[in-house]
Ligand binder design. Sequence first.
Ligand code: ARG
Length: 475
Amino acid sequence: MALWGGRFSQGPAQSVAALSRSVDFDWRLAQYDIRVNVAHVRGLTESSVLSREDSTRIIDGLIALSKEIESGTFSYNDTDEDVHSAIERGLIEKLGTLGGAFRAGRSRNDLVVTDFKLYIIDHIMEIAQTLTLLVDALNRVADEYKGAIAPGFTHLQHAQPINFGHEIAKHSHAFLRDVDRIQDWLTRNSFSPLGAGALAGSSLQPHPEKTAHELGFAGPLLNSIDAVSDRDFVAEALFIFSMIGIHLSRIGEEFTIWSTTEFAWAKLDDAFSTGSSIMPQKKNPDIAELARGKSGRLIGNLTGLLTVLKGLPFAYNRDLQEDKEPVFDSVETLQVILPAVIGMIETTTFDREKMSGAAVTGHALATEIADFLARKGVPFSQAHEASGKCVQLADSLGMEVHDLSDAQLSGVHSDLTSDIRSVLTGPGAVSSRTSLSGTSEASITKQIAQLQSSNKSALESIEKARESFSRMMSI
Ligand code: ARG
């Protein structure tokens, strides 16, 4: 059903209707549209544009429609242009002409952006909650492997041995930052566009504060032109989704490499890997690769929207209809990838021996020699030089630096006494790194406790916000 037509002598050409039609994707907004319309109708009743009796009938009609949409007995049809027209059609089918009374004082311009904001609030909170499950899984693996020693890399070259729990826990920090970004997003974007009308505000519904509060917002936006044009909240959400994607891609890259024959640190569970149609022996890390690959479309959705917004005139322009599909795609992408990655993380086992065997190779303990000398008061530049000489000597003898004898070490620098042996092992090196953010088991134990408590409080506040959102939605 079209919501306009009085001034036209004929309907749109078929090609125009096909281009214009958004209901196939914006139907996802149906329940939010109904909720916003209920708040709007209550506003119209307060300003006496609608009688109490009509308002009750319209709200009852909207509630009935909401149930029919949920049960699948009402949906859009071939003639509906968008979700708003489909819902108005549904209401007119129930109430006759009264069904067309509820859109006084609002436009699709303020309606669509309010619906869409509610959709994002709802889904970004769901994603935040799933992220806390991911962080929880990472924290558990970090805790399980906090005694395992592994090579730590810079430039993808062996650098220093690290605690493998530390390696895993770094991902928890990244995802907790994403959760934090979502919480910031929720605070910054808690302002309702409803009441902005097409662009100039409304003479029929002068109290947008009330509808804003009814819909769970902190208040209304204060400039109607800004209210219908602002899509910063969409771009910011897509940025957050992209950042989550990037963090997932970096996990994906690690699990892919760690499960290669060359590394063989990680053994993926059969349920979280896939086979090859031609090579029977293959067990592929497809979840990790998809986690890496999906970041491409998440970033594409962000750049696509930013390009739509660049240079766009203010108030409403139809270009803005292009804001929705990238968000739906990003949300739905995260809804499938996050549970699979959580499962992969929970079920992968790591080969402690393989990792600790590799941890000290590539002269990875050379920094321990320099640090040992520095602790003895040798200026670091000289300590570094002496350690480099030890590496050179070990290389020339075809051995690792920690395999040099006491005599060979003290031959390079007289302060390299035999007590260096306590740090010249993987565990020794790791346990010496007791700084706050360091890789010693003592530091990582505190770090994991901190991560667990931050994750718990994030989850509590998200659960509370989700509960109040679903209370708001249940009319
Ligand atoms: N389907 C439109 C959108 O998503 C709804 C708003 C249409 N407004 C208009 N003035 N044509 O943006």
